[in-house]
Write a protein that binds this ligand. Sequence first.
Ligand SMILES: Nc1ncnc2c1ncn2[C@@H]1O[C@H](COP(=O)(O)OP(=O)(O)OP(=O)(O)O)[C@@H](O)[C@H]1O
Length: 600
Amino acid sequence: MTDAVQAGEKKPRSLKPLGRLAPYVMRYRGMVAGALVSLALAAVTSLALPLAVRRMIDQGFTQPDGSFINGYFAMLMVMAVMLAIASALRYYFVITLGERIVSDLRRDVFASVTRLSPSFFDVNQSGEIVSRLTADTTQIKSAVGATASVALRNLILCCGAMGMMVVTSPKLASLALGAIPLIVFPLVAFGRSVRKRSRAAQDTLAEASAFANETIAATRTVQAFNGEDAAANRYGLAVESAYDAARSAIRSRALLTGIAITLIFGSVVAVLWVGAHNVLTGTLSAGTLGQFLLYSVIAAGSLGSLSEVWGELSQAAGAADRLTELLDEVSPISAPARPETLPAPAFGRVEFSNVHFAYPSRPGRSALRGLTFDVTPGETVAIVGPSGAGKSTVFSLLLRFYDPQQGSVSIDGIDARQVTPDDLRECMAIVPQDVTIFAASIHDNIAFSRPGATRDEVRAAAMAAQADEFIARLDKGYDTEVRERGVTLSGGQRQRVAIARAILKNAPVLLLDEATSALDAESETLVQKALDRLMQGRTTLVIAHRLATVLKADRILVMDQGRVMEEGTHQSLIRHGGIYAKLAKLQFDAGAEEFLAIAK
Ligand SMILES: Nc1ncnc2c1ncn2[C@@H]1O[C@H](COP(=O)(O)OP(=O)(O)OP(=O)(O)O)[C@@H](O)[C@H]1O
């Protein structure tokens, strides 16, 4: 977790974070006004009912002809219809507002998360982030929608009813209002412990979701190792502890509700007992006591509901807090205030100058230690070296996923930090070892590098990548939908789609991370041919695992422990007899004799 996220989890919870939703709410002023007007209308109608009851008791039964009663009931009917219309409108406005705001919030959080640098994801679980996007926003939806309107309605009712209690009988009202602190203090204190338990329940659930996410994404590995039972048990335990945490929260909440109702209604009954004696002594009319009774029931009921929704609102405040943390998360990789522009098109000169770098998640361990090299436009440079030497890190810095702590990475003589990340990445195309295929059509997967490319352009790229033939044989050709992570394609096919994607981008700098996975001979030839086409006329940096690639490279950089240890052509490096010669014997898929033959 990042500091910001961690700090957020420890913050004491109040309703304050809900204030951060204000800009979202204010975008829809019309709907807010509609909700408030209908809320007020419903509350006023409810508050008018007890008045009617008093007049009924005190006057209605004293008129023998029943005309007063008829008129009265007609008016009551009108009020009932008004209450119904106001409630229906309130429901419509409030729930729609909740849905609208949550859609906006989801969109913004997603957009902000996708812009965060990879260092954020080095320390945060993607499943946990997805859970925030879904579970937390759902909680806010119910808060902004139903809960907030229930709270507001009860607040209006509670204040209105209390005011009317004072108007009806100041003496009884002062007794009732005097009891409020006795009720509120224990409830607030107890509410705090309820919130703590709810938070624990939510956190446990987020952990369980993160685990489910990871396992489902890796079903094949899980099944290959017969890990289903272990995974199901682990998830079962996680869900069980989420249930325990939720039950503990529910238990405290049930207790809170019980205590609230006992305290509130206990006070109401005590006050009414005094009122009943006043009626007996003739200092209060029966109708007034009835009116007071109804107002105190409304006030007590709404206070009770308020204590119930308070818990939900503060849960939503926690959710808003976690989401706004994501919105506030500042990516360390950003555009400078006055960015320089790269030549268009870029020439493709790449330069690493005394670069020192440690991943932010592992600050004590350097991945690059004084790395220096340059690549001239159009040159093909193969990077080789043992596992962990820092080869992939070179690509990550070139794409500016991270910034070096010392030294500089530059393109066409301009420091990568001086241009916008978009501009920088625009002049590079990458074919990673672990190809990413999205759950979309083949066309969209290739056009991912250049949205808006025409069908002909996509097809031309696929042909150059030797992918057209297999695509044509699929059910719906380019419109065939591939499943998540490309599971319906073979390894070689996935790679060719990635190559087509890079060809379509037509960027001056090409970053290739060769796959080590053994492709069959035919696929390998096809992929190789596709890569050859792609490399023509571009600056190419290739993390090489194949003999054919290093043989074709203009230059080979041999990396170890974050530095360039040797540099030259295959022949010169074999003759030199250093790290490369040893590595070549072990790593490349050709026998030692072949190396020696080539070296001669
Ligand atoms: N995201 C990361 N967070 C922390 N450390 C990392 C991260 N990625 C790589 N490393 C570490 O940085 C060092 C260099 O890793 P890198 O992936 O660049 O090596 P490589 O030469 O590409 O290795 P391989 O050939 O096995 O892919 C390694 O010690 C690795 O453990």
